[in-house]
Ligand binder design. Sequence first.
Ligand SMILES: [Zn+2]
Ligand SMILES: [Zn+2]
Length: 141
Amino acid sequence: MKEGELLLRLRSRGWRITPQRRAVVTVLERGARHATAEEVHTAAQFIVPEISLATVYNVLTELVEMGEVAEVRLGRGATLFDVNVAKHYHCICDTCGRIADVPVADQNCCMDLPELAACCCVAESIEVIFHGHCAGCAPKA
Ligand SMILES: [Zn+2]
Ligand SMILES: [Zn+2]
């Protein structure tokens, strides 16, 4: 995502851009993808030093409600905020923890909820997590 793209879209939706909101969006756009609210807060403080964690939470929650940011839970970890709202899976590097997006070619493809999921629970969503190593951590042959 190009910097400013999300901000422009939000502005065109009539979202009032306060310095706090702008800071949160800028942090997300600069590549803090898959960041926890705490991580967004830490980075946003470089832009607006007085921004509170509660404000960051509120802005993130608003963005999620608007469908501009996705909430991602990988395993039992903390909730991450993801600017990629297209359907995709995640690949986690087991060495450095880097999270990469795995695009889904067909947004309507295969990963519909299986009917058999009803045998053990009522499934409401599917999450696919690939584990491996990123380019930097892959063992050299
Ligand atoms: Zn890695
Ligand atoms: Zn993602």
